[in-house]
Design a protein around this ligand. Structure first.
Ligand code: PHE
Length: 343
């Protein structure tokens, strides 16, 4: 390579003018001038080919070039780092509005459960919880369903262990017994929770669902108290224009027993598929606690009487929100759940 002082002067001004405003520019500058195979080291290694009398001048000018390039590289590098930290400082500005957080929604089962609790809390009901894994006594025997009682067949049971029987509770009535065993009347409590039955999953049945049980025990509690309480609930939950009727029914743990119907919310009693053209839909079971059940709960059945009722939360939600498939509650499909955003 035959490098003249004129060429070096040109390079000098090229380095001076080289604009470095980004990390990429900085890297290009380094690759062009400073790396081993870059212009400046190559010029330095040329020195051996320079005529001896010119070597000194040549060496001096290449060294100047080198000093210039190195100091330019250093200053430009520092400037770029400073610029970047200024940019990240702006990101840390605490007065800026935060990123938008998408709103979640409350599950319809939770919404209805909370509403039921709220309605009954206004007339003095507390909330009690009990185990989902239960023994035979609290789920069946204490509720008047002895070992071979046919009503056990109504509730296909998931057994965890046989003899002694441990099972997944088939209703929240187990909490009735546990509350009676542990508290003295007056008792006024609700027990919400999960229940399990060995049923094939379909639009109308599921192996896991939710119930709320109600229990009221005191001196002189009568069937008319039960009716009045349920009437109040129906009006609060579904509206004053909705009527209620009681149909005689049977549960082993209540006597007398009733099933509670309300006028169909969908067709307003004109007749539709939901109410099977009867104008009425069933919402729960209820009755006066059988004296034998009171005694099983260590409560004096001569002195005290009580009523109990039990409803499926999904059933109430299906009627209230006009949902036609029970499986939707378990599938966690966001298109379903998002309908309750802000609910
Ligand atoms: N435990 C009953 C069921 O699961 C409902 C019920 C509760 C009925 C209390 C009467 C009284 O079907």
């Amino acid at each position: 390579m035959n490098t003249s002082t004129g060429d070096i002067a040109l390079l000098y001004s090229e380095i001076e003018k080289f604009s470095i405003s980004s990390p990429d520019d900085l890297e290009n500058f380094r690759l062009k001038f400073l790396v081993k195979k870059g212009i400046i080291p190559s010029l330095l290694s040329e020195i051996k080919n320079i005529a001896p009398e010119n070597r000194r001048d040549y060496g001096e000018s290449v060294n100047k070039l080198k000093t210039l390039a190195e100091s330019k590289f250093k200053t430009a590098g520092e400037e770029i780092i400073n610029k970047q930290s200024v940019a990240s400082d702006t990101l840390l500005d605490l007065s800026l509005p935060g990123p938008e957080m998408p709103l979640g929604s409350i599950h319809p089962v939770t919404l209805i459960r909370n509403r039921i609790i709220e309605i009954f809390s206004h007339i003095g009901f507390t909330v009690s919880y009990g185990p989902e894994i239960e023994d035979d006594w609290h789920n069946f025997t204490a509720l008047n369903m002895g070992e071979n009682h046919p009503a056990r067949d109504m509730q296909d049971t998931f057994f965890i262990q046989k003899n002694p029987d441990i099972l997944l509770r088939t209703h929240t009535s187990n909490v009735q017994i546990r509350v009676m065993e542990n508290q003295k009347p007056p008792i006024r409590t609700l027990s919400p929770g999960r229940t399990f039955r060995n049923e094939a999953i379909s639009a109308r049945a599921h192996c896991m669902f939710h119930q709320v049980e109600g229990l009221y025990i005191d001196e002189g509690v009568s069937f008319s108290d039960l009716k009045q309480t349920l009437q109040y609930f129906v009006h609060e939950m579904f509206g004053k224009e909705i009527s209620m009727r009681l149909r005689a029914s049977y549960f082993p743990f209540t006597e007398p027993s009733a099933e509670v119907d309300i006028t169909c919310l969908i067709c307003k009693s004109k007749g539709c598929n939901v109410c099977k053209h009867s104008g009425w839909v069933e919402i729960m079971g209820a009755g006066m606690v059988d004296p034998a059940v009171l005694e099983n709960g260590k409560i004096d059945s001569e002195k005290f009487t009580g009523f109990a009722f039990g409803m499926g939360i999904e059933r109430i939600a299906m009627l209230k929100y006009q949902i036609n498939d029970l499986r939707l509650f378990q599938e966690n499909d966001l298109r379903f759940l998002r309908q309750w955003v802000g609910g």
